[in-house]
Structures are given as structure tokens and as C-alpha cells.
Design a protein around this ligand. Structure first.
Ligand SMILES: O=C[C@H](O)COP(=O)(O)O
Ligand SMILES: CC(=O)C(=O)O
Length: 214
């Protein structure tokens, strides 16, 4: 399967913000996931940027049934397979290589590939992908860029990520080609390190109250 866009749409439209997190242990991942669920956020992207990521995905999938846990920063087929075996419900890549697309074709877990330019978006359409990550969103052109893509490639829907925060999130969520945004601001390093789970629940509650137009 190249992309189960129906399943991805279900996952991504269930909340306006998908927290993109890097965790230092499985226990930290579980506490974070519980704090986010308590604030109304039911989807998390655990990035493979720390050695604990795969164990954390496995633990969240096993111990926090109300959280839909995906894996992010997938750069290689090996990482794709590890994330899939850990129980990831979706897989996110900052871009799209032939190798990662091949791994996705052999898997039932939907891939959300990253794209940043019109040519990359056209290439993804050609591969049968209609739901894309837009990364790095703010740095590459922000909401204005995505707005200009809507009439040109109306089939595409995006999850912009990178530099998105409460300051600019509404610019993205007001676009008809934006399903939700991704961001690390719901899991600030200082709050996670301090175990300030109530503080994270508060950030999640604020984000969960936002509305996407798409
Ligand atoms: O996709 C991953 C990014 O690292 C999240 O970006 P951010 O930290 O700017 O929200
Ligand atoms: C940007 C990135 O690393 C990811 O979400 O896959």
C-alpha cells in the first residue's frame, strides 16, 4: 500500500495539533502521553531522535490505549520496520526517499511523507500520496506558501510542522488544505524534564480547543 489516506485522515483530523516529541525513556513517553490525553490530545508523534524512542512507542501503544502513537523522523527502511514492529499507528518522515517509499509500500502502516516544494508535492501525487507533512513549514514559506498550493494541487492536504506555535497556528488552521499542524510546543523540554505533567495537560487543553477549517 502506498498510502492509506482514509486512515491518515481519521488520525490527523481527530485533533488540531499533533505533538512532535523526543523522549529520554519509555516511562517519560508514557507520562507525557497520559498528560496529553488528559488535555484532549489523542495523537502523538514520537521521533526517532533519541535512543529511547522505539521502547517509548512500544510502551505508549501498550499502556496508553487512548493515545494514537506514531513514529517520526523516519529516515531509513530499517527505522520504518523498527517503528512498525513497535506498534506505530502511522509513520512520519521529514521527506520522501525511494527507499522509505518502498518500505511503506510493503506495510499496512500509513506513511505521512514530508514535502516542501511544488516539485516534491507533484512527485508525491504521482506516487499516490494525498496527505503530506509540510516541513519545515515556517522556514520554507509558511502559511502563505501552502495557501498558494491549494488551487494548484487541490487534492493535497497537509500537516504543516516546523516553527508552528500558538502565535501562528491559526494562520495554518484557517487554510482549507490543512488538516492539523505538528509541533513540539506541547512538550517543552523543561516541563518534560521537571515532570510538570499538569503544565503539559494545560498546554494540550489550549491546543485541543483550536479548530481546523479543513
Ligand atoms: O517535525 C519536527 C519538528 O522538529 C517540530 O518542529 P518545532 O520544534 O519547530 O515545532
Ligand atoms: C520532521 C521530522 O523529523 C518528522 O516529523 O518526521
Amino acid at each position: 500500500m502506498s498510502q492509506d489516506s482514509k486512515r491518515l485522515l481519521q488520525i490527523l483530523t481527530a485533533q488540531p495539533v499533533v505533538p512532535v516529541v523526543a523522549v529520554e525513556s519509555a516511562g517519560e513517553g508514557v507520562s507525557l502521553a497520559r498528560a496529553l490525553v488528559a488535555g484532549g490530545i489523542r495523537c502523538i508523534e514520537v521521533t526517532l531522535r533519541t535512543p529511547a524512542a522505539i521502547e517509548a512507542i512500544r510502551a505508549i501503544v501498550g499502556e496508553v490505549p487512548d493515545m494514537v502513537c506514531g513514529a517520526g523522523t523516519i529516515l531509513t527502511p530499517k527505522q520504518f520496520t523498527e517503528a512498525e514492529k513497535a506498534g506505530s499507528k502511522f509513520i512520519v518522515s521529514p521527506g520522501a526517499t525511494v527507499e522509505v517509499l518502498d518500505a511503506a509500500r510493503g506495510s499496512d502502516v500509513p506513511l505521512l511523507p514530508g514535502s516542501a516544494t511544488p516539485s516534491e508535492m507533484m512527485a508525491m501525487l504521482q506516487e499516490g500520496y494525498e496527505v503530506l507533512k509540510f516541513f519545515p513549514a515556517e522556514q520554507i514559506g509558511g502559511a502563505a506558501l501552502l495557501k498558494s498550493i491549494a488551487p494548484v494541487m487541490p487534492a493535497l492536504k497537509f500537516c504543516p510542522t516546523g516553527g508552528v506555535s500558538m502565535k501562528n497556528v491559526k494562520d495554518y488552521l484557517s487554510l482549507l488544505n490543512v488538516l492539523c499542524v505538528g509541533g513540539s510546543w506541547l512538550a517543552p523540554k523543561d516541563k518534560v524534564a521537571a515532570g510538570d505533567w499538569a503544565g503539559i495537560t494545560e498546554l494540550a487543553r489550549e491546543a485541543a480547543g483550536l479548530k481546523a477549517a479543513a
